[in-house]
Design a protein around this ligand. Structure first.
Ligand SMILES: [Cu+2]
Length: 251
């Protein structure tokens, strides 16, 4: 692979990177290319198998592309990895990558075919063991709780959240096992028994039943690190329900 085509481009400004993706997305639409990620088989681990299906116009599989995967997590370069994908039948491409953290990842699929090269960005969910109950620390792992009849899985990052830094919140909602679309979702950060000001992170739709947003964590001048994230859910046609996730911030 010559000319550094597949070199990792370090982008200082994530919004700039987003613009780049927009241009490539338009190009992909014009070409009719689509990348579907097989999330069902994706599990966190040092040797995670990442597989996609690449299709062209009319959904026909593309079998003669060069494909590279780049994965990363928001707010850190610690988990950046890349690997060339090997081709299997029917437009399938797969690679084994170290993806040790369950939760939400950014995936860049770099596709080269017939002189065209484009990068398609996807937001993917890597399954792991999901903890439950009041002892699950949402600062270091995925935790699940119920808001009424809605199942809420919360992923805060970084792990653990750092005071006075950006805090990413991603939520997966299901009802009866099916992704819950059309909900209004926000995360409220508070400190039990101590008023720390209002800190509400509105989330936006990020996929089927997925909602994500970015806010910031405050610092407690008393030195406390125990916080509470409350996921506020307003399901379509329903009232407001809440799921509570205690977490510990970094020092
Ligand atoms: Cu406090």
């Amino acid at each position: 692979m010559g000319a550094g085509t597949f070199e990792r481009t370090v982008v200082a400004d994530p919004y700039e990177s987003g613009i780049h993706h927009d241009a490539d997305r338009r190009k992909a639409q014009a070409l009719g290319w689509n990348v579907a990620v097989d999330e069902g088989s994706l599990r966190a681990g040092p040797e995670a198998t990442l597989a996609v299906r690449l299709t062209g116009k009319d959904g026909a599989p593309i079998d003669d592309a060069e494909v590279l995967f780049r994965v990363s997590r928001a707010g850190t370069s610690r988990f950046d990895r890349s690997a060339p994908a090997t081709h299997a039948a029917s437009g399938r491409y797969a690679a084994v990558l170290s993806m040790t953290e369950p939760g939400f990842w950014d995936l860049d699929v770099v596709v080269r075919l017939g002189g065209e090269s484009l990068t398609l960005g996807r937001w993917i969910h890597v399954a792991g063991e999901v903890g439950e109950g009041v002892h699950c620390d949402a600062g270091v792992r995925l935790c699940a709780a119920d808001a009424g009849d809605v199942r809420v899985v919360l992923d805060l990052s970084p792990h653990p959240p750092v005071p006075l830094k950006e805090l990413d919140a991603a939520v997966q909602l299901t009802r009866g096992g099916a992704p819950l679309a059309g909900a209004e979702v926000a995360v409220e950060i508070s400190m039990p028994g101590m008023f720390m000001g209002e800190n509400r992170i509105p989330l936006r739709v990020a996929g089927p039943g997925r909602y994500a947003g970015r806010g910031a964590l405050l610092r407690c001048t008393s030195g406390r690190r125990d916080w509470l994230a409350e996921v506020v859910v307003r399901a379509p046609g329903g009232g407001e329900t809440r799921a509570r996730f205690p977490f510990q911030a970094a020092e």
